[in-house]
Design a protein around this ligand. Structure first.
Ligand SMILES: [Zn+2]
Length: 204
């Protein structure tokens, strides 16, 4: 047998071994009882198994902000809740509503012209609305002057059927409806130091 023949056989054996071991490797991982070996992935501790769920993570982020005692973080979380429509996140926050209320009660929210407390109050009112299953979320438009109809329409929460000019020529009036419950809304642009909107129920 020449050196070349020996080399060829050696290479063939090596490749054959690798191929065979790759084929048998799944069963090789079984333990003596024939059960598959534990994977390297450690299961999540009980109660935290939703960590990979983006809705759960987002809700826990908002909750952290509400519980932080930091007025800016609470303000940002309040704005987040204002436009939040994800039912999973809303329900997770509703489950913590009493904690949120207690943790924010004595925080000085600051604010120029308008107290930033209005944003927190709107967020708490929305969570209360969800807690009591008080109906379509569009009902909250009437009690919150910071719902921007254009943004609500962009988010798919509202349909603007027609936009015109208000009597007197100042600002727009939007004739809208809620695609979820069909309620009709008349929304007028307003401005006093900052833009706000006056929402009124209209005839459908
Ligand atoms: Zn509605």
């Amino acid at each position: 047998m020449s050196f070349t023949e020996i080399a060829v056989i050696a290479i063939a054996l090596t490749i054959g071994y690798k191929y065979t071991s790759a084929l048998i490797s799944p069963s090789a991982k079984k333990d003596a009882a024939g059960k598959p070996a534990r994977s390297d992935t450690t299961p999540a501790p009980l109660g935290l198994e939703h960590d990979a769920d983006p809705s759960h993570e987002a809700a826990m982020g908002l909750l952290d902000d509400f519980l932080s005692g930091d007025s800016h973080r609470i303000w940002a979380a309040s704005w987040g809740v204002r436009t939040l429509r994800d039912p999973v996140q809303l329900n997770l926050l509703v489950g913590q509503l009493d904690r949120i209320r207690a943790a924010t009660l004595k925080v000085n929210m600051g604010g120029v012209v308008v107290s930033n407390n209005v944003h927190l109050e709107c967020a708490l009112r929305k969570l209360e609305h969800v807690r009591h299953r008080a109906g379509c979320l569009c009902a909250l438009y009437e009690s919150d002057i910071f719902y921007n109809p254009t943004k609500e329409a962009e988010a798919g929460n509202l349909v603007i059927d027609e936009t015109g000019t208000q009597a007197g020529g100042w600002g727009d009036v939007h004739h809208c409806h809620c695609p979820t419950c069909g309620s009709a809304w008349r929304v007028e642009d307003r401005e006093y130091h900052y833009p706000w909107w006056e929402w009124r129920r209209a005839e459908a």
